[in-house]
Write a protein that binds this ligand. Sequence first.
Ligand code: GCO
Ligand code: MG
Length: 404
Amino acid sequence: MAVTIKDVRAICTAPAKIPLVIVKVETSEPGLYGIGCATFTQRWKTVAHAVEHYMKPLLVGKDVSTIEDHWQMAMVSAYWRNGPILNNAISGVDEALWDIKGKMANMPLYDLLGGKVREGARIYRHADGKTLEEVGDRVQAYIEQGVQVVRVQHGGYGGNSGDAVPLSAQRPENAVHGAYYDPLQYQLSVVKLFDYIRNRFGFDVELCHDVHEHIEPIEAIRLAKELEPYRLFFYEDSLAPEQIEWFEIMRRQTHTPIAMGELFNNPREITPLIANKLIDYIRCHVSQIGGITPAVKLAHFCEAFSVRTAWHGPGDTSPVGHAADIHLDVSSWNFGIQEWSGFNDATLDVFPGCPEQRGGYVYPNAKPGLGIDINEELAKKFPCSEELPFWTNSRRPDGSLSRP
Ligand code: GCO
Ligand code: MG
């Protein structure tokens, strides 16, 4: 008698004040359920609605074992496809079904995916600050923890060092409110930042930087070349998804390793960059591409082109999503690096079984499935805010909107 899907629910919680969306799939087997990450934090309520009003009627009563068929059907059941809302809703169900598969097989997900090729996933952490010394002190702290790769930013993305006063002199009259930054000051500050960090720490620590699509393509190419003497581990989101044809020009101009992918939803954004060897690290947000099922296929596709994985791992990936990342990391031969944001105490309490950072690595546990759970009663104590993000209202000095 097949085990079937009995219920599909979205659980929204924000233990670190960042809205997270978890999908719980309950089955006809008493006590057997799975959980998955569906976190698109800026539109958490819409994803939750899609889970409850579209994924649930699509799947209730169906066999839990046919994950691939459910994924293919969910992907096209709305006809229009490859968008962030539905991809995240599908991811939540997909990851929950893999969690159930592992529990039924009594195997951790990494064993279902072919077994470990490494015991832990090497991570990178974020070092930021208003002054160069502050950034350097954060790098020092991570090195002392055993972290070997650090992402350095001076004042967030676009050099928003929190003091926009100089910019106000550049705005036209009646310029609209927004998160202003100055592309020129940002670019000059990045070169100074790397010069300072390399002079202070030498080349034994690996460094990366996130441009966060804040400058024009030709400026991103120039900056990549200016950073060559500082030997980056990778140079991230140097172009916006709408500018991906420029990667071909960038590739011809610089040997700085290129990372891209967190904003991608559609395979057609991804596969040309990999097949043409225009990037070195693929950084997709796993729930944004539809979950574990597509991520496994993407990792295998990348291996043929020597592209390595570096799954997106910010604070707005849930611990369930991080667990899925880590199971993929330890079982993918062409794993590159794992972005890691860490968890506050409330998050650790809401999600028993979180992957653990020890030194410069993060480790999955050996429990069946994803190895993580959610305490629903505790999750209710951390409601999600409906406040819209301010930082995406990113503005150039002349007041025009910039890609955030
Ligand atoms: C990263 C990302 C994040 C995103 C955030 C958007 O490299 O971790 O750029 O910082 O800005 O996930 O919600
Ligand atoms: Mg990024």
